[in-house]
Design a protein around this ligand. Structure first.
Ligand code: GDP
Ligand code: MG
Length: 735
């Protein structure tokens, strides 16, 4: 038997591809990642008429011009993989807009079946589509379906299979683009055919269109294949281009788009679409939008809904988070009792379990957050939020869709930049997306909150809430200003317009929500889980090795023995086994003090301690000593670590390292500490390098390690400048 045919699902975002894909493949699917890009694809298998088929869910796209990564991916897939047939999913309720993409598939000539989806929605809106007539006019099978219930899917798959197994050549549909362009197109096509220019990849007609559209990616491919032919074609296009702009004042690519829409309109006018609804009746969606996007009621409703989402996430995730914590606590306890003392045990407990636990501990929060976001997204509300915020964000070179990423990262208080970075996937422009990715770590995520709470509580206790509010606002202001800065320097470029057409509200299906939630959560676990182990062991090692030299260890050991000897009323010079019962509680405390002094000495002596002391010269400009430096270094693993590390290095006299109340008392009593240093530290923690899980995510999502490095360096320099300014001014003002 021949190899199974491949059926690729293609269509606009939100046309129902994923729903259809899940319906066809059931559980026989897996998610992959296109090599070299951040766009995911799903592949699955199914049987049609007893034959095995491969199904691929392509990314949602509006056009085959490479404006976004998704579009490039979809296009490359069609050309390189040559699927037997594509199923173009078209939203019947938005036929005209969806057919723009179909039109380009027709022009490319790839064997295609149109799946006219959401017939139910169209029907409710009083739109009746004559699919037989449509099929006749455009010359490809058109099958009405309801992806959600599976109605019509079998017939559609049969049609697709029939077309796919016929394995015909690609046959481009000719659309007229007006006399001038048609003429030059014919000329170009002739050259292409004569020279066999790229003809093993594309039909000549398609290459001709791409040259007229001046599609950069295609031109580059052409230059690579045969530079002289490519130049000749470009000259011809330039000629007709200048002619067109003189006579009609239009660019060739705009002319082509106009004629495509003209072609679609002329088809739809031929009794394809019947509207049966009463003209005066408002759609339900429009009615809801009267309130939810109203100039005054809209923002209030938005605040309430976002606050609700936030409340929902943190209320319901509290318990599972506690479970996670106690599970890892239990695991740590088990490891401590089972393993023999030594470096290995220390590495497993402090390095491996604490590190992985720190990341997996976020999973419940992330799952609930993603569930809420999936709900807002699938119902269509997220598009309204973006729509309302777009104007403000535009001023700063961002896009309405950036708002959600900011909020997820902790824009209201307590979130996480990791899902925040991933939430930028809804942004279509790469530059706007990068500017958003690079600024979401400025939000006050859940891990920064304990640090801020500690310092505010200790040094600004009278105005607790006010300071918290101030720091939240400050985070937004700084993020927007930096975004503006990036968008006018490194990431300069035009803003993408917000597509005003809002999708209709829909009731999301529970299954759909679960699938979306799980997909996102799994990505987080996978991405965070792969790097965390290595780095968390590295940081543990840096704070542990090389360990105190032999003679110092011995001197501490001697001190202990002296104390023990004293405690038993014996002569210090006499040998004593450790662990022998002590006469007095006071001696026990003295022993702990020696332990703490040794711990501090070991920390100073460790690699992290050396680094901390080495950068003290510079860091003291912002008021940070070596202990704070170590804590900040540890904070790169996870910002919560700042507290525990500060605790460790200040825990003289046996104060428990994670005991925040006592740490607060310790800091308040330290002569070096004061409001100025605290403020400088808060600001630094807010804005310095994102934690490494976030950095790993930035690298993944931005597609290059350079952006990860950039965000670490840029943010740290930025934060340090602010902190230095605050500390120096504060010093002058206060004395
Ligand atoms: P994709 O972006 O193309 O993958 O679209 P999805 O499969 O995620 O679908 C977008 C939304 O449309 C989801 O909320 C689906 O539940 C909904 N949907 C998909 N197909 C249908 C359909 O035939 N009828 C109705 N009423 N809703 C549908
Ligand atoms: Mg999808």
């Amino acid at each position: 038997m021949s190899s199974p045919i491949t059926i690729a699902l293609a269509g606009n975002p939100n046309a129902g591809k994923t729903t259809l894909f899940n319906h066809i493949t059931g559980s026989r699917q897996h998610v992959g990642n296109y090599p070299g890009v951040t766009v995911d694809y799903k592949e699955g298998r199914c049987r049609v008429d007893g034959h095995d088929c491969r199904i691929v869910d392509l990314p949602g796209i509006y056009s085959l011009s490479p404006y976004s990564e998704e579009e490039v991916v979809a296009r490359d897939y069609l050309v390189q993989e040559r699927p037997g047939v594509i199923v173009n999913i078209v939203d019947a309720a938005n036929l005209e807009r969806n057919l723009y993409l179909s039109c380009q598939f027709l022009e490319m000539g790839v064997p295609m079946v149109i799946a006219l989806n959401m017939i139910d929605v169209a029907h409710d809106r009083g739109i009746d589509i004559n699919h037989k007539k449509l099929s006749e006019l455009i010359g490809v099978p058109v099958c009405p379906i309801v992806a959600r219930s599976g109605k019509g899917v079998k017939e559609m798959m049969d049609a697709a299979f029939a077309l796919g197994s016929a394995s015909q050549k690609w046959q481009p549909t000719h659309i007229s683009y007006g006399d001038d362009l048609d003429a030059v197109m014919l000329e170009i096509e002739q050259v292409i055919n004569n020279e066999a220019f790229l003809t093993e990849l594309y039909p000549a007609r398609w290459t001709a269109i791409k040259y007229v559209e001046e599609d950069e990616q295609h031109l580059r491919q052409g230059d690579g294949a045969d530079a002289s032919v490519s130049t000749l074609l470009q000259e011809k296009v330039a000629e007709v281009g200048s002619h067109l702009s003189q006579t009609l004042g239009a660019e060739p690519d705009a002319m082509i788009a106009d004629h495509r829409y003209g072609y679609i309109k002329s088809i739809l006018r031929q009794n394809v679409v019947h509207r049966t609804y009463d003209q005066n009746r408002l759609y339900t969606s429009d009615k809801i939008d009267k309130v939810l996007t109203n100039r005054f009621a809209g923002p209030i409703a938005m605040m309430l809904i976002l606050f609700g989402l936030y409340q929902f996430t943190f209320t319901y995730s509290e318990l599972p988070v506690a479970w996670c914590e106690s599970f890892f606590g239990w695991l740590n306890g088990m490891a401590s009792t089972l393993l023999p003392d030594g470096y290995f045990k220390s590495m497993i407990t402090a390095g491996v379990i604490d590190g992985i636990g720190g990341v997996l501990g976020f999973v419940p929060i992330i799952m609930f957050m993603f569930f809420g976001i999936s709900l807002l997204e699938d119902s269509g509300y997220l598009a309204r939020v973006a729509f309302m915020m777009d104007r403000i964000f535009h001023v700063f070179g961002l896009h309405g869709s950036s708002v959600m990423a900011y909020i997820v990262s902790g824009g209201i208080a307590g979130g996480c930049a990791v899902p925040g970075v991933m939430a930028t996937r809804t942004l279509r422009s790469r530059k706007e997306r990068l500017a958003t990715i690079l600024t979401v770590p400025f939000m006050n995520c859940g891990a920064k909150l304990p640090v801020m709470a500690l310092l505010i509580g200790t040094f600004f206790s009278q105005h607790n809430a006010m300071y918290m509010f101030f720091f939240t606002v400050l985070a937004w202001v700084m993020a927007l200003l930096v975004a503006k800065f990036l968008r006018s320097t490194l990431l300069r470029g035009t803003a993408t317009p917000f597509v005003l057409e809002l999708p209709p509200y829909r009731f999301p299906t529970f299954q759909g929500l679960l699938i979306h939630t799980w997909e996102r959560t799994w990505q987080y676990i996978k991405k965070a889980g792969t790097v965390i182990l290595a780095i968390s062991i590295l940081i543990w090692a840096m704070m542990t090795f090389p360990g105190l030299p032999q003679d110092q260890q011995e001197s501490f050991q001697q001190q202990r023995q002296q104390i023990l000897a004293h405690g038993n009323g014996k002569n210090g010079s006499e040998e004593l086994a450790e662990g022998q019962p002590l006469a007095d509680e006071a001696w026990q405390e003295e022993l702990l003090l020696v332990d703490a002094v040794e711990a501090e000495a070991a920390l100073r002596y460790s690699v992290a301690g050396k680094i901390g002391m080495a950068i003290e010269k510079v860091s003291s400009l912002a008021g940070f000593d070596w202990r704070i430096n170590i804590a900040l270094l540890g904070g790169f693993a996870a910002k919560e670590v700042i507290i525990s590390t500060l605790g460790t290095s200040y825990s003289l006299g046996g104060v428990e390292s994670d005991d925040v109340a006592s740490l607060s008392a310790t800091l308040a009593a330290e002569p070096d500490w004061g409001p100025v240093r605290a403020l400088s530290l808060i600001i630094f923690v807010m804005f310095y390098a994102p934690c490494f899980v976030t950095v790993a995510c930035i690298v993944r999502e931005a597609g290059s390690w350079r952006w990860g490095a950039f965000s670490m360096i840029f943010n740290t320099v930025f934060a340090f400048s602010l902190s230095t300014m605050i500390f120096q001014i504060g010093k002058v003002l206060l004395g």
